[in-house]
Design a protein around this ligand. Sequence first.
Ligand code: HEM
Length: 557
Amino acid sequence: MPTQRANHRPPTRPGTIGVPARRTHIPGKERMDDIVVAAAAASPSPWSLLQGLLALLVVWGAYRAAERYWLRPRRLDRALRAQGLSGTEYRFPAGDLQENARLNDEARSRPMPQCHDVVPRIMPHLFDTVKEHGNVCITWFGPIPRVIITEAELVRDILSNKFGHFEKFTNKRLGKLLALGLASHDGEKWAKHRRILNPAFHLEKLKRMLPAFSTCCTELIDHWENKLAGSDGSYEVDIWPEFQNLTGDVISRTAFGSSFMEGRRIFQLQAEQAERIIKAFQYMYIPGFLFLPTQNNRRMKEINGEIEGILRGMIEKRERAIENGEASGNDLLGLLLQSNMDSGKGSLRMSTEDMIEECKLFYFAGMETTSVLLTWTLVILGMHPEWQDRAREEVLRVFGKDDKPNLDSLSRLKTVTMILYEVLRLYPPAVTLNRRTFKDMQIGGITYPAGVILELPIIVVHHNPDVWGTDAHEFKPERFAEGISKATKDDQPAFFPFGWGPRICIGQNFALLEAKMALSMILQRFEFQLSPSYTHAPYTVITLHPQHGAPIIVKKI
Ligand code: HEM
């Protein structure tokens, strides 16, 4: 976004993290500009002028394509390799995308044993490249170099950077169809949105949302109890769709309060949209592919139009109500509107369009990730019944059999918290984070030129035996017994399921409270084991899904 960048980019001189650096100079571009101007001045008649201009346009287009797909990749590759980095060779025009897809297909064609050494299945291309070329190595996202960085300290340094020297790497056009908002903004726009959104996620505001969490969990429990009532004492259920519905309902209620049913419609549309976006993602390297009138592209635009229409209606209705003196409410939308109004006038506020994007993001960021966490937690507690028993003992000790969990009691759950952390370590819902350099930056002794993607695969950091010990692939919640900072070998921070630094997940308390509430209410009433039909097959569809679902067998206790 050029206008935002202009606002937050510091003046230019060479730099390390936190020190401004020189912009990359493109000599060929100026030469071409001179040729265009000189040729235009020399052409006498309008017709030949037009022909000349057309020819120049073709040359200019060819030059731009050569620059994008050949010259720049070569230039950046040389700059990185000259500093001792190695990695895969650039392959015109798709880089490693095809090989990546091939290895993913191969890995996904078979399940894996029930163990937690999951990285080779989840990211086979990345795993092989790191094994061959080391902890910091080059791969290619189409014509763009993507340097993989798996060292915890460097990951932390990059994520901690407060100066916006690393941008988010997002496709704005594709993002607009799903959700832009806070997660994809940079610079001043990000700072303004984060300031306005922060109050809605404070713990004392979340406390008021607990009844909504509890209502949704009770519906799920009642549903399972009804199924059990008509059975021989056990009920097989695929928890993956169940938890997607649960977290979708939670976000619909907590975001939109009384407009819950409209919220549900958005949630259904967003789910369809996410599937279609993943389809479209395979063609990312074809410029302008989103403009092609394919059936998928048309439907995506239609869905986006419907979602934005519903949200606009809700926002405008709520704004009118607040202007007429009604309370803004305890839901996320009400808190967001109030905070927006309190933030001042004019450009200090977010526009309705901005607000629509933030609401879309609540669904995408908040629903999918939390359902992934809950699903893997139950799967793993099915694999490790001794920890399921320990967690249940704690829940029954703290709440008894019937009490509804509240904020105080939830914060007393130590074993449950350790279990959730260990699941987030082994199966982080967001397996990898990306940033992009927009100017020369030095990290770990390497100067990265502008235009390089830095891939930070947090799942690889979470499974590194040098950081976590030789038992890194084992499920051992006790490693978190003395808190996160003491869980690693040298007490070095290397636990990033919610990111790190200024852009750390704004909804992490929301997610952990929701997960603790759901898990506690399930443990209070049921015991469960993995169904014999369960196949262990974690794979990524943006977040970390169970490829063949997650069937478990539930019994009443
Ligand atoms: C287990 C659940 C969750 C996980 C694992 C998770 C993970 C993450 C991660 C890793 C980031 C950082 C992305 C980056 O630095 O590039 C992030 C950012 C974000 N998350 Fe979450 N998240 C979860 C739940 C939620 C919930 C419940 C919400 C809201 C209702 C939410 C809203 C956001 C937003 C708005 C951002 C962008 C923050 C910014 O850029 O300033 N997340 N999340």
